[in-house]
Design a binder for this molecule. Structure first.
Ligand code: CP
Length: 330
């Protein structure tokens, strides 16, 4: 499978083959992440900018590490101390970053569609690190990679996505990726946060987590945003936790091998008890660890490199694969 896109904007637009290419390439890079010197020269001379208009721990940190591991220059950029505070637009900000040499812009922004807006206007690559409630593609790729590592496959798995699906970019990206790779997807949560319309996408919807405990291979819990309670979408955190939270009693009913996932940050005591979050079913820190290899793969592919994996290991050994330019590929 070749890779032709200069950007990564969402999972919805990817084929199963393209998702597989990213996961296979990440598999090649995961060996690099285990070395004492976690560095290959594949992106030497490239400039990567993290343009984050919302807070982030996992995504921003792992993209920075991934870019450095590929020998790119990572330019720090603080939105809070930038001319954004004087009213400069997202597009003007990004155009100025491109004019001063940025090859790849990693964007997190509260507006859905903001990554596509930039990608259309720039020759630099744009990677969507979360745009409003639309998509968070690299989180879904991390989750798919984690499942594939655990189960050896995605096809045929039954995966529950639990919580505030309506407002969750993680849920949307996961849903597209899981369906494309042949998993069964079950959305679980209160009817105000898991509306029936999602059934049109080919997923099941249930408002009772207990009926799914023995049936699912994985449960991916979404962070509850406390402002949703203020909006009256569920009565109280205590009631939400009682109905949809994972605790030790529920965890004992899971089928053998079933795993508990969470993109982070976890509200301990709300989506998961601390005992479950830190317990043997939890793969939360595996997800965080896989973020490095997955984001290396995405940076590598959008830079125009040939896919890695399935016996191809030139980037991993240090020799960058032949690259085409974005103009040649577009
Ligand atoms: N999962 C995730 O996007 O976490 P951060 O907000 O910390 O990047």
């Amino acid at each position: 499978m070749t890779w032709n896109a200069k950007d990564l904007l969402g999972i919805e637009e990817l084929t199963a083959g393209e998702i597989g290419t990213i996961l296979d390439t990440a598999e090649s890079f995961s060996e690099v992440t285990l070395r004492s010197v976690k560095k290959v020269p594949a992106l030497r001379g490239k400039i990567v900018v993290n343009l984050f208009y919302e807070p982030s721990t996992r995504t921003q940190h792992s993209f920075s590490l991934a870019a450095k591991s590929l020998s790119a220059e990572v330019q720090p950029f603080s939105v809070a101390s930038s001319s954004t505070t004087k009213g400069e637009t997202l597009l003007d900000t990004a155009r100025n970053l491109q004019a001063t040499g940025a090859d790849i812009i990693i964007l997190r922004h509260p507006a859905s569609g903001s990554a596509r807006h930039l990608a259309r206007a720039l020759t630099a690559s744009v990677i969507n690190a979360g745009d409003g409630a639309h998509e968070h593609p690299t989180q879904a790729l991390v989750d798919l990679f984690t499942l594939r590592r655990r189960f050896g496959r995605i096809a045929g798995l039954r995966v529950a996505i639990v919580g505030d699906v309506l407002h969750s970019r993680v849920a949307r990206s996961n849903l597209w990726g899981l369906l494309r790779l042949g998993a069964q997807v079950v959305l679980v949560g209160p009817s105000t946060l898991v509306p029936r319309e999602f059934e049109n996408l080919g997923v099941e919807i249930h408002h009772d987590i207990d009926r799914e405990l023995e049936r699912c291979d994985a449960f991916n819990f979404l962070r509850i945003q406390t402002e949703r309670q203020a909006a009256g979408l569920f009565p109280s955190l205590r009631e939400y936790t009682a109905m949809f939270g994972m605790n030790a009693t529920r965890a004992r009913r899971l089928k053998p091998g079933a795993v508990i996932m969470h993109p982070g940050p976890v509200n301990r005591g709300v989506e998961l008890t601390a005992e479950v979050a830190d317990g043997p079913r939890s793969v939360i820190l595996e997800q965080a660890a896989h973020g490095l290899a997955v984001r290396m793969a995405v940076l590598f592919l959008v830079s125009g490199h040939a896919p890695q994996g399935q016996g191809s290991d030139s980037a991993v050994q240090g020799a960058s694969s032949p690259a085409t330019t974005h103009n040649e590929r577009s």
